[in-house]
Design a protein around this ligand. Structure first.
Ligand SMILES: NC(=O)c1ccc[n+]([C@@H]2O[C@H](COP(=O)([O-])OP(=O)(O)OC[C@H]3O[C@@H](n4cnc5c(N)ncnc54)[C@H](O)[C@@H]3O)[C@@H](O)[C@H]2O)c1
Length: 706
């Protein structure tokens, strides 16, 4: 027999409404229908003196069903259900545990009392999805805790703990033990004391919490925290209205605002990202029964910047990891760097000294390959040199136990060529971490022509304990992220040769939403890193004498970026300062190369940087280097600071219109010639046929793409 999602159990004259909708009790259509039914039945029962609303499993309602966002608005339905709960003629107590978010918290606000287990977390994170609380939250929460505290939660979107909830006043009691039993006892006391319903709708917002000054303060905060975005402002409007409008009118107003918010590109982009990030592990062309191998022990070869950072990821996951380097000196330097990273976390209060000791104890240094023979996964992170990497893979082949995953962290090399150095190429995969590896959430998993389905699955699953978002790519120069970066960096560097200042280029990009201007990124990574890549791959680039010449000019003048305090900028600590010397060097190089000088609008800077990267995205998609447009969007939002609220490059292409994008590319093609500005064939075809990217992807999945 199928268990019903909503059950009502009587405990004397208390009715316990229990929802069991795994995995996280999302308030989906079935849950709403079950609850409406239960509430309707209970309303008519004269023998019920109080009710408890509780959930089975790990959490109280975790939120609304985000999957419904794309369809017709459901606010009416939520509102009706929550109003019916609130209108019950006897006290209703919410029994909360786990992570109570969005609609999950809003349903609790429609109950008359709220009891919570100690470690429960509460949040109204809607603005992070480009919308606002739309199931009464903006009207009920201020009635309980005032406008200021509500805005604290709504604008930041961040969770608060039970103690804060109690202090703010939306929790009545923090219980020990089983929350459902505690809420039932709470309800029984209410009945014994003769307490009736206490409806949030009937409360008044404390006017002292809703002054113009308070609202203005949050408006400034919203501007700072969410530039180019509207949702937080819309939320402020809705919450502030609670102080002025009667409850029912307030709900209507909230509905109008939330529906407006859902129609914005901002919200569509953020919802797209929410799902894209959850989809990256789906691989349609490997057997569904391909099982991941168990990974309990790791090894890393190369104790440099990346090797050390990757070792930290494993130690943070509680997994023993052996770090191997060629020399005692290299190893000691690597271990010392790891110690320093942890030490700074301790100093900043991010980690206890005890936790640091435990994590350091999981990391063992080694110089001898015999020490890594038992590892389930070995990640090579030595210098970027094919011959060296092939030599190392030969050694790994000799010592690694059967079934070990042999991974490389290369950024640019041909992994098929690396895999050819072993007798078990099916076990070889790229695991491309981003620097700093212990911080950046992206992990590009690169399959070769031979990587086995099990190894692909293992790599994608390994990302979980390492707390990474994996994206699967195929071998090509630069994989997904760096390949798209090529045109982006090229234009930024070209524009500083044409007379734009580094500040002008970066400021335009940052204003548009990039986390950091690309030239500042080059300074952070080290100018010599880019130069080395471009030197050793010179044969792969178009014959353009100005190609990446800004980097070369600075490098030749001894400017390595942040590490020596001089690059595109001059640095005092991490502070970026304009540097006439750098600008002089760039001007001289431009003169030497005969680069025509010009004036650059913000619009031109953004277009010239963003169009080429999107254009390359279309190529990557058509070639099958990326499985989905959404995967490309995840790479760029989680690894390259592309604004999530623009939905990543491919979503942005659709949002701006493929036709507009193509026309923009053609405009620059006319000006600069076809060498760098040839539009991707897929883009041209889609525009010609009037088709969308989504359309094309659907056809491809069903095998109908031409
Ligand atoms: N730095 C980045 O931003 C970044 C990002 C992604 C990927 N990568 C890739 O990661 C790899 C490592 O880069 P890195 O920046 O950490 O380099 P690094 O120079 O900081 O470290 C390389 C380490 O490898 C060690 N090593 C050299 N030869 C060895 C050998 N034969 N056996 C064992 N160890 C040896 C060196 O002693 C050094 O500790 C490269 O392939 C690079 O392309 C780098």
């Amino acid at each position: 027999m199928i268990e019903p999602i909503v059950t009502v159990v009587r405990d004397g004259d208390i009715a316990v409404i229990r929802v069991d909708s795994p995995p996280v009790n999302t308030i989906n259509a079935a849950v709403r229908a079950g609850l409406l039914d239960a509430v309707g039945t209970l309303a008519a029962r004269a023998d019920v003196k109080a009710a408890v609303l509780a959930c089975a499993g790990g959490t109280f309602f975790s939120g609304a069903d985000i999957g419904e966002f794309a369809g017709p608005p459901k606010e009416e339905e939520y509102r009706r259900l929550f109003n019916e709960i609130e209108n019950l003629p006897f006290p209703v107590v919410a029994a909360m545990h786990g992570t109570v978010m969005g609609g999950g918290l809003e349903i609790a606000l429609a109950c008359h009392y709220r009891v919570a287990a100690p470690k429960t977390r509460f949040a109204l994170p809607e603005v992070t999805l480009g919308i606002i609380p739309g199931a009464g939250g903006t009207q009920r929460m201020p009635r309980l805790i005032g406008v200021a505290h509500t805005l604290e939660m709504v604008v930041s979107g961040k969770p608060v703990d039970t103690r804060t909830g109690l202090e703010y006043g939306f929790i009545d009691h923090i219980c020990d033990g089983d929350v459902s039993a505690a809420a039932t006892a709470f309800a029984r006391r209410l009945v014994a004391d003769g307490n009736g319903p206490r409806r949030t709708r009937d409360m008044r917002v404390d006017p002292a919490s809703a002054t113009g000054e308070i609202v203005a303060r949050f408006t400034v905060e919203a501007d700072e925290q969410y530039p180019n975005r509207r949702a937080a402002h819309t939320a402020i409007q809705a919450v502030a209205a609670a102080a002025r409008l009667p409850f029912d009118e307030g709900l209507e107003y909230e509905t109008a605002l939330v529906n407006g918010a859902k129609a914005t590109t901002e919200s569509k982009a953020l919802v797209h990202m929410f799902f894209a990030e959850r989809e990256t592990r789906k691989v349609s062309d490997i057997p569904a029964d391909a099982k991941p191998r168990a990974i309990g022990r790791a090894a890393i070869v190369g104790a440099g910047t990346m090797g050390g950072g990757i070792a930290i990821c494993f130690a943070n996951a509680g997994m023993p990891v052996t770090l191997l380097d060629a020399s005692r000196e290299g190893l000691d330097r690597g271990l010392a760097a790891i110690d320093k990273t942890y030490e700074s976390m301790v100093a900043r209060g991010r980690l206890t000294a005890q936790a640091k000791r435990e994590r350091m104890a999981l990391i063992t240094g080694a110089l001898d390959y015999a020490a890594i023979a038992e590892a389930d996964v070995i990640i090579e992170a030595v210098f970027e040199n094919l011959a060296l990497k092939r030599e190392i893979f030969g050694k790994l082949d000799a010592v690694a136990k059967p079934g070990a995953v042999l991974a490389t962290n290369t950024s640019t090399l041909d992994i098929d060529a690396i895999a050819a150095a072993v007798r078990r190429p099916a076990d070889v995969v790229g695991l491309h971490f981003f620097s700093p590896a212990n911080v950046m959430p992206l992990l590009e998993v690169v399959r070769t022509k031979d990587t086995s389905p099990e190894v692909i699955r293992t790599a994608l699953e390994l990302a979980r304990p390492l707390r990474k978002t994996p994206v699967l790519a195929r071998v090509c120069y630069g994989f997904i992220g760096n390949r798209m970066m090529e045109g982006y960096g090229r234009e930024a560097q070209r524009m500083v040769l044409e007379g734009a200042t580094p500040r002008q280029v970066d400021a335009a990009l940052e204003k548009w939403g990039m986390a950091m201007g690309i030239l500042a990124v080059f300074d952070m990574a080290g100018i010599e890193v880019g130069v080395n890549v471009h030197k050793s791959n010179a044969d792969k680039y178009p014959p353009d004498p100005a190609y990446y010449q800004a980097d070369f000019a600075l490098y030749e003048a001894g400017r390595l970026g942040q590490k020596n305090g001089r690059g595109y900028y001059r640095y005092e600590g991490r502070k970026r300062l304009d540097d006439p010397e750098a600008i002089g060097i760039l001007r001289a190089r431009a003169a030497h190369l005969n680069v025509e000088q010009g004036v650059h609008s913000e619009e031109e800077i953004v277009e010239r940087c963003v169009y080429p990267l999107i254009n390359e995205g279309f190529r990557i998609l058509e070639e099958g280097v990326a499985m989905r447009a959404g995967d490309i969007d995840v790479v760029w939002t989680s690894g390259y600071g592309f604004p999530r609220y623009r939905g990543g490059p491919m979503f942005h292409a659709t949002a701006m219109g493929l036709e507009t994008l193509l026309a923009g590319i053609m405009k620059y093609r006319e000006r600069f010639g076809p060498m760098h500005w040839e539009p991707a064939p897929l883009l041209v075809r889609l525009v010609r046929e009037g088709r969308t990217l989504a359309d094309w992807e659907k056809a491809r999945v069903s095998g109908r793409a031409e």
